[in-house]
Design a protein around this ligand. Structure first.
Ligand code: ZN
Length: 338
């Protein structure tokens, strides 16, 4: 059995730096069209100039993937100024990513008082830029951190009604409901791993560091809300894999870092999950919804489709020592590499 799907967008990906970038970037570039490149590298991407430099590195490694179109971001920190935003816009950077202080990998020194950032938000709104938020409240209980952030999200959305805001990697049923009820300027990404995992996959048996991520996968009822949102076709939800590889030494105590590496298996897993009966909803979730929100052309998606065959395959234990989601697990669909 064989199907063809429009090439998906990935609105949240970590492609890292150095040797790690060389290993992981091809997995993303091979399968995806528009990809939002996260700025929380070891040397963070803080300005338009940083983003241009990073873009050049990425371009130099992806010649052989003509349908891959990276969208660069800058990291918004308490030190980000109005001038930095204006300069970034001039460098063709349309996205700013904001991490609250200390909530995930390389987020130390992030924002605590969000009202301090209002001039930056105002400038982003005026410039037509997109604000991507890691929506977790620092210091709150880990299972409740996302829900605790929703008040702040509501405030920013209300105060800046024309600022497009992406609530990243939504993981709770309450947050899904909040996104649905907020105005059109707020949307959310959903990862593949939050559609697949629950907290049991992380700590229910032996502790699984390769399923450990932020926000932490929650209850089955939360996972169901995420699946319903993804399957609904609602334009407020779209794919952002948050594929976040770590080298082996950062997946053992005392430095077990959050992040699940999904890039090589994301498409097969998604097609498994949506099934052949929901290919229209899959296209909405992976192409149309993000294209509409980010105002991206869909020509890249439609003219460079992916072919998949239904042939069960076993997920490798690792890719150059980097362990993916569900190593040794079976996925039914696989992309036919051109
Ligand atoms: Zn991320």
């Amino acid at each position: 059995m064989e199907i063809t799907i429009w090439r998906p967008n990935d609105m949240h990906a970590h492609v890292r730096e150095g040797r790690m970038l060389e290993i992981v970037l091809p997995f993303t570039a091979r399968h995806f069209a528009h990809v939002v490149i996260m700025p929380n590298t070891t040397q963070p991407v803080l300005t338009g100039a940083d983003a241009q430099k990073y873009r050049t590195v990425i371009a130099s490694k992806t010649d052989q993937f003509p349908s891959f179109a990276p969208l660069m971001t800058i990291k918004i920190t308490p030190k980000t100024t109005v001038k930095i935003i204006k300069d970034a816009k001039r460098s063709n950077v349309m996205i700013g990513k904001l991490y609250p202080d200390g909530v995930t990998t390389n987020s130390a020194g992030g924002v605590r008082d969000f009202t301090v950032m209002d001039p930056v938000f105002q400038t982003m709104q005026d410039a037509g830029m997109v604000l991507c938020l890691h929506g977790e409240k620092p210091g709150a209980f880990s299972m409740d951190r996302e829900d605790a952030f929703l008040v702040e999200l509501g405030r920013i959305a209300k105060q800046f009604p024309k600022l497009r805001i992406v609530f990243e990697h939504v993981s709770s049923s309450r947050a899904v409901t909040a996104i649905q009820s907020l105005p059109e300027n707020v949307a959310a990404t959903i990862t593949v791993h939050h559609l697949v995992l629950s907290l049991d996959d992380v700590i229910g048996g032996n502790l699984n560091p390769h399923a450990f991520c932020k926000p932490i996968p929650k209850r089955p009822v939360d996972r169901k809300a995420l699946r319903d949102a993804a399957f609904s076709g609602s334009s407020k939800f779209f794919l952002g894999t948050d594929s976040a590889p770590h080298p082996p030494q950062h997946k053992v105590w005392p430095e077990i870092r959050p992040g699940v590496f999904t890039a090589p298996v994301a498409i097969g897993l998604l097609v498994d999950l949506f099934g052949e009966d929901r290919l229209d909803q899959l296209r909405a979730f992976t192409v149309h919804n993000s294209a509409k929100f980010y105002e991206l052309p869909v020509l890249l998606n439609s003219t460079n489709p992916l072919k998949l065959i239904r042939t069960p395959w076993v997920v490798p234990k690792d890719y150059s020592d980097i362990v993916p989601i569900m190593p040794g697990g079976t996925i039914n669909w696989q992309v036919v590499e051109a």
